[in-house]
Design a protein around this ligand. Sequence first.
Ligand SMILES: [Zn+2]
Length: 233
Amino acid sequence: MTGLATGGGAAAAAGGAAFLAWAVRGRSSAVFGPSVWRGRRDRRAVALTFDDGPSEGTPQILEILARYQARATFFQCGANVERLPEVARAAAAAGHEIGNHSYSHPLFCFRSRRFIEEELRRAQETIAERTGARPRWFRAPFGARWFGMEQAQRRLNLTGVMWTTIGYDWSLRAEAVLERMAARASNGAILCLHDGRELRARPDIGVTVEAVRGLVPLLLDRGYSLETVSQLL
Ligand SMILES: [Zn+2]
């Protein structure tokens, strides 16, 4: 029976590991705090979201969105907001929603509750101070949640937002990003792209800009309205 018991234990451990992996990274997991990953399916609307900004490339994306009068949500990193406050402000001033993407874009797994709360709070304060917007939504760096996030979110009045589809715009070619997003867009979808690359200064976001240039008119053409996360939810 020892063998069986050990086997059972190993299976339970593997199951536990799988559960934890899903809890941390799964788009529908709310184990570490309230989290959403898509909006209603009965409205022809999607939310374009951009993480890791602001960056020097963000104005190009703002220009495309303005051309089509489309709204989006920018999950900004506090450190990038401090580096480029005028770009952060321009996104808010154009009517886009600003979300919290932590201060320094760390991986939160195995970090302390205090560290997690400080990262979220510092980003929240920096964004509010520099843009005038107080985020309601939080997107975890790398989509990774951890113990302590629920309490931090509650204290700062933040709800977690994952995504329905992510663009892999940091590694794919623009054409592939566009194809991927176009194929997976559906009512209520939250689409995730990146107007920065973590905390890098002057990141090359040419792929993202090119994908957005194709994606926005394509979505509008298909009858979707482009909404902020707050509008979508
Ligand atoms: Zn990120």
